[in-house]
Write a protein that binds this ligand. Structure first.
Ligand SMILES: [Cu+2]
Length: 233
């Protein structure tokens, strides 16, 4: 794969202005906390790359300070998972409501979390939740609609974000030090060592991570016209 990486620094003066603005607004600026600004693009099209996950991987001794379990929701809307990629932290709960007027049957065979939520419909999803105790990427599917495919990225800590429609994301509150940064995307080759980088963080300058990723082609089965006419629609 082709991969261009540029790690650069934001000038100190720009950082200082940001800190001053935060203080003037009445918020205490975090001490000894660094920032990672991320901009990713598709190397083939040059377009911003949304739905990529960037995670700062902390050593075990630092992870407890950045534990942040929460409740999340992955909806099912018009026979797709919404959102397609969801970033959570270890120990968090994800609810799987069904907003369609048909039944879905959610499952995962991923090693990080194997589970199954048998056929259920709209309004029956209050108790259809799972807790994710292992870090890793969990692929979720539907037994009825083969094209339905979603991802839950279970991060070790709260220092993980998903890129927006502009291919951008921000991780703030990173401790000072040199850490591994992992980049993941549903169509990025899993075995690429280049998707794991060592980046040095300090509290005087924000780090910028700019990457162009060459993605594998999307070969998953798309919605077929005749599928909608089965008894489960
Ligand atoms: Cu389904």
């Amino acid at each position: 794969m082709t991969l261009a990486l540029l790690v650069s620094k934001t000038p100190l003066w720009a950082r200082s202005i940001a800190c001053c603005a935060a203080l003037c607004a009445g918020f205490a600026a975090p001490s000894h906390a660094a920032e990672l600004r991320i901009a990713l693009q598709d190397a083939d099209t040059g377009q911003p790359l949304a739905n990529a996950v960037v995670e700062v991987r902390l050593p075990i001794g630092l992870q407890a300070q950045f534990a942040a379990t929460d409740d999340y929701s992955v909806d099912q809307v018009e026979k797709e998972f919404v959102a397609n990629v969801t970033v959570i932290t270890v120990g968090s709960r994800v609810n799987f409501p069904n907003s369609d007027d048909i039944l879905h049957h959610v499952y995962s065979f991923s090693p990080a979390k194997v589970f199954e939520l048998p056929l259920y419909g709209n309004g029956q999803s209050v108790n259809f939740s799972e807790i994710f105790e292992q870090p890793g990427v969990v692929e979720i599917g539907c037994n009825i609609h083969d094209w339905m495919l979603g991802y839950i990225y279970v991060a070790q800590t709260s220092l993980a974000v998903k890129t927006d429609d502009n291919g951008q994301a921000l991780i703030s509150g990173v401790p000072v030090g040199e850490f591994s940064v992992r980049i993941w995307h549903p169509r990025a080759p899993l075995d690429s060592a280049e998707l794991e980088q060592r980046i040095s963080f300090d509290d005087a300058q924000a780090s910028n991570l700019r990457m162009a990723l060459t993605l594998e082609r999307d070969t998953r089965l798309r919605r077929a016209p005749n599928v909608s006419r089965t008894r489960y629609r």
